[in-house]
Design a protein around this ligand. Structure first.
Ligand SMILES: NC(=O)c1ccc[n+]([C@@H]2O[C@H](COP(=O)([O-])OP(=O)(O)OC[C@H]3O[C@@H](n4cnc5c(N)ncnc54)[C@H](OP(=O)(O)O)[C@@H]3O)[C@@H](O)[C@H]2O)c1
Length: 271
């Protein structure tokens, strides 16, 4: 496979992490990252990423374009580069914007993707949807997202639910982690020990689940001894309706994603 050039348009929090991850990949020739205030991403040059504030030039040079601007900037950005991306693989990370909407703005081969902030450490879960790519192009999309963590192709109808679950998920997990750390402080652990114990426990449990295919209920039962310590903790958790609270969080964020999609698409309209 020929090495490819990638343009990351809108290298903010997520885009700059993507540029940094991709530039190290063997299948990549060069990565150009843009934002209007390009001086803010000067640090990316140390990692071998070219930086620019010229979206048109970046898109022209690129085989693959990744749109990492906020959803409300997508229309404006696509208006500026629609000639340069014609027929090219173009990945949009914009929450809520449908493939149909994107295709109404430019004639590119669009992929709609939802990563999460763990992209910063190469452990994102990225779901993506697309409907007119060749096998070879799908393989390329998987290599791109594979450089940032795990990825899965899904039907587009699940995208809002993914946004509410794994897109927002690091925020829920952080609340859980913070609560674990507070719990540690409550029982007298020094802060650094509480933080490490909580974070490694969450990481290890997630790894256990993924690597053994055990159901979470089985892992829970492996820890609970009849009459032991854990069942007292679980009793308190169940009494606090913590499951309902987390389910409600995913449900609320999914509903918001659906509402935002309608609002943004209605506001931005077709070019
Ligand atoms: N953050 C998350 O956890 C997360 C998770 C999943 C998906 N996403 C999606 O990822 C995308 C980016 O999110 P983010 O959190 O990384 O946002 P962000 O930090 O605000 O980054 C967006 C960048 O776009 C640049 N920009 C704005 N207008 C531009 C233009 N016309 N041309 C070039 N660059 C432009 C901005 O820099 P300048 O002002 O200097 O131009 C800004 O740094 C969003 O669509 C979001 O839905 C984010």
């Amino acid at each position: 496979m020929n090495k490819i050039n990638i343009a990351v348009i809108g290298a903010g929090t997520v885009g700059s992490a993507i540029a940094k991850a991709l530039v190290k990949e063997e299948f990549v020739n060069k990565v150009i990252a843009t934002r209007r205030r390009a001086e803010k991403i000067k640090w990316l040059e140390e990692h071998g990423v070219e930086i620019s504030s010229d979206n048109v030039k970046a898109a022209k040079d690129a085989d693959v374009i990744i749109l990492a601007v906020k959803p409300n900037k997508i229309r404006e950005v696509l208006e500026g580069i629609k000639e340069e991306i014609r027929g090219k693989l173009t990945i949009s990370l914009a929450a809520g914007l449908s493939l149909k909407f994107l295709k109404s703005l430019a004639e590119a081969k669009f992929v709609r993707a939802m990563p999460n902030i763990a992209i910063l450490v190469g452990e994102s879960f990225t779901a993506y949807a697309t409907n007119d790519l060749s096998e070879e192009e799908i393989a390329l999309v998987e290599r791109i997202f594979g450089a940032m963590g795990k990825c899965l192709r899904i039907e587009e109808e699940y995208m809002d639910a993914i946004t509410g679950l794994s897109g927002s998920g690091p925020a829920y997990a952080s609340v859980f982690l913070e609560s674990m750390i507070y719990g540690g402080l409550k029982v007298g652990l020094p802060r650094d020990i509480a933080l490490l114990a909580a974070a490694q426990t969450l990481l290890g449990t997630a790894k256990l689940l993924l690597e053994t295919n055990l159901h979470p209920a089985q892992i829970r039962d492996m820890v609970i001894t009849p009459g032991g310590t854990t069942i007292d903790g679980i009793f308190e958790l169940e009494d606090s309706r913590v499951r309902t609270a987390i389910m409600k969080a995913v449900d609320a964020a999914t509903k918001k994603s659906k509402i935002l999609s309608l609002e943004i698409e209605a506001k931005q309209g077709k070019i």
